[in-house]
Every structure is written in structure tokens, then in C-alpha cells.
Ligand binder design. Structure first.
Ligand code: NDP
Length: 310
């Protein structure tokens, strides 16, 4: 019998129990799925999300892997009690949700939609936006989510530049890497989308010097992680007119505190970490597939590189 402990909170258990059982049944493996096992030493796999029931993995001496429900792993990657393999979530539904959110917000700024949405005041605002092919969009991070968004934007004809740690070749996208590549990616970024993980190497990456490299009037869209950006530097660049807008989905502290200047700033749009969510149906299949692979002695998919931090 394979014992699978669901450690995410009860609200997620309500969403995930049925799809997980469905996906696990399909594997044909004998299993017990529960939010609690009396003896942690009997648990084979842990399904994990931050702020759940487990933060000390020491008692799970038989466990073979911790399977994350989230794409971002910064809350667990440094946990010293976690010595077994850790996987993160790469899920078709999650990617599709992010593509839709990013595309929507890029189009909002590209088309200048706010002029007409908030300007029902009798003024004939005849602003004609450029075509997408003449709009430079840069995506920092070309992984599961950034790569999908870059491809979707390129399919709409945007002039897309992407930046990642390892150099990539993606048809229709100007792919860059390294420090010089980042400078180049920023200099052309009329619209900048952040889909990097939060690691020691990416924290505060968007500081004053780098934000200043963006073209005047640039827009930032951040569904990655709040701490990728130096908040004060961003506010300064918005206030001095260098940047035109920031659409932010993620923050250093979540929920964003009521008194945070982002809330009241007329050049900031706050969305409450809803850019994309792991979808229970598709994510359950990913979890079940990984358990099945592990039981057959195959390599786990979406393993986190603990040294790189993502
Ligand atoms: P991936 O691990 O698939 O991709 C990460 C990308 O960032 C890769 O291209 C990677 O490069 C690049 N990268 C990492 N570190 C560096 C660095 N130091 N310099 C340059 N590039 C770097 O992650 P996902 O695409 O699945 O997710 C990205 C992030 O999106 C998550 O970590 C999470 O923070 C956020 N997220 C936000 C959600 C929301 O609702 N707001 C929902 C889900 C995720 P390389 O390809 O070379 O490895």
C-alpha cells in the first residue's frame, strides 16, 4: 500500500481530494490518500503547499518525495529538514491561466485601453496604438510559464525578447541570457513581464539601475514574485515619470498591507495573486503521474534544483 499524505490546508483538500483520487485510481496503484497518518514513518509521498500542516519533514523517514502543488518553491526550497527529492508544479491549466492573464494585461497597456475605459467624459481621444509587431515586449524567465507567455505574445505578432539563465532557441523570440543579455532585454522593454522564480540570484533584480535602463514610458507586469523588484525604486521610477505603469500580482507581503503605497498609486494596478492558480484536475494528474513514475523506478518530473533554488 502506498501512503500519500496531503499536507496543504483544508480548503485545498476540499478542492483536491476528488480529482486526486480520480487520477490515482487511474494509475491502478494501491494507495491510501489522507490528510493525516497516525505514524509519519509510514508515509511514502507528501503533497505539499506552503502554510499547510508540515514544515518539519524529519519524521517522514520512509518518504520518497515531496510533491509540490505550486510552481514557486521559495517557501520550501531552503528547508533543511527536507532531504528527499522535491518536485514543483508544471501544469497545463496553470500555464494556460498565466498566458491569459499576461496577454490580457499586455494588451491593456499596448492598446491604451484605460484611456477609453476610465475616460467616458465627452472627450474624443483618438489615440491609435502601434501594431503589435512594432511593440517590444520583454519576458524575463523563459520556463514553463514565461516560455508559454512569450510564445503566445509572439503568436499575436508582438516583438518579443526573452531572457533566461541558460540560453534558449525559441522560434520567433529573441532569446538572451547573461548580464549583457539582461541589459539588452531591458533597453528595448516597452512592456516588461516578470516570470522569474524568487531565488538569491533574482531577489531585487529590478533595482533602480535596471529599471532605469527601460525606455521612458515603459510598463512592468509582475506575476512572478514581489521581491524580484525593489519597491522603492519602482515607486521612484513611476513618480519621476520614467515608467508609466506597474501591474503587480505578487508582493513581498501578501495580502498587500492596507497602508502600502501601491494601493493608492494612480500608476499601479494591484491584483491579489490571482494571475494563475494550479488547477486541481490537471495538477492531480501531474501528481499521480509522478507517483506512478517513482513506483516504477522512473525519474520524477519537474524536480527542483535545490542549489539553483527553483
Ligand atoms: P520555471 O522554473 O519553469 O522557469 C523559470 C525561468 O526563470 C527559467 O527560464 C529560468 O532559466 C529563469 N531563471 C531562473 N533564475 C534565473 C536567473 N538567475 N537569471 C536568469 N533567468 C533565470 O518556472 P515557471 O515558469 O513555472 O514559474 C515562474 C514563476 O512564476 C514561479 O517561480 C512563481 O514565482 C511564479 N508564479 C506565479 C503565479 C501567480 O499566480 N502569480 C502562479 C505560478 C507561478 P532556465 O530556463 O535557464 O532555467
Amino acid at each position: 500500500m502506498i501512503n500519500i499524505l496531503f499536507t496543504a490546508n483544508s480548503q485545498r483538500w476540499a478542492q483536491y481530494e476528488k480529482p486526486l483520487r480520480h487520477a490515482l485510481d487511474d494509475t491502478g496503484l494501491p494507495y491510501v490518500l489522507s490528510q493525516k497518518f497516525t505514524d509519519p514513518e509510514t508515509v511514502d509521498y507528501l503533497i505539499y503547499a506552503p502554510k499547510g500542516s508540515v514544515s518539519d519533514f524529519t519524521p517522514f523517514i520512509r518518504a520518497k518525495a515531496v510533491l509540490g502543488l505550486w510552481a514557486g518553491v521559495e517557501a520550501v526550497v531552503d528547508n533543511e529538514t527536507l532531504t528527499i527529492p522535491l518536485t514543483r508544479m508544471v501544469d497545463h491549466g496553470l500555464s494556460q491561466g498565466m498566458v491569459e492573464w499576461v496577454t490580457g494585461h499586455v494588451l491593456r497597456h499596448h492598446l491604451g485601453m484605460d484611456r477609453h475605459i476610465s475616460g467616458q467624459d465627452g472627450q474624443w481621444r483618438d489615440y491609435i496604438p502601434p501594431l503589435a509587431r512594432d511593440r517590444h515586449v520583454t519576458v524575463l524567465g523563459l520556463g514553463a510559464l514565461g516560455g508559454a507567455c512569450a510564445r503566445a505574445l509572439a503568436a499575436l505578432n508582438f516583438n518579443v525578447t526573452g531572457w533566461s539563465r541558460s540560453r534558449k532557441t525559441i522560434s520567433g523570440i529573441n532569446c538572451l541570457s547573461g548580464g549583457a543579455g539582461l541589459d539588452q532585454a531591458l533597453v528595448s522593454a516597452e512592456i516588461l513581464v516578470l516570470l522569474l522564480p524568487l531565488t538569491p540570484a533574482t531577489e531585487n533584480l529590478l533595482n533602480n539601475a535596471r529599471l532605469s535602463k527601460m525606455p521612458r514610458g515603459g510598463v512592468i507586469i509582475n506575476p512572478g514574485r514581489g521581491a524580484l523588484i525593489d519597491d522603492d525604486a519602482l515607486l521612484a521610477c513611476l513618480d519621476n515619470g520614467h515608467l508609466n505603469h506597474a501591474t503587480l500580482d505578487v508582493f513581498r507581503t501578501e495580502p498587500l498591507p492596507e497602508n502600502h503605497p501601491f494601493w493608492a498609486h494612480n500608476k499601479v494596478t494591484v491584483t491579489p495573486h490571482i494571475a494563475s492558480e494550479t488547477r486541481p484536475d490537471t495538477a492531480s494528474q501531474v501528481i499521480a503521474d509522478n507517483i506512478s513514475r517513482s513506483e516504477k523506478g522512473l525519474a520524477l518530473r519537474y524536480l527542483v534544483d535545490r542549489n539553483a533554488g527553483y
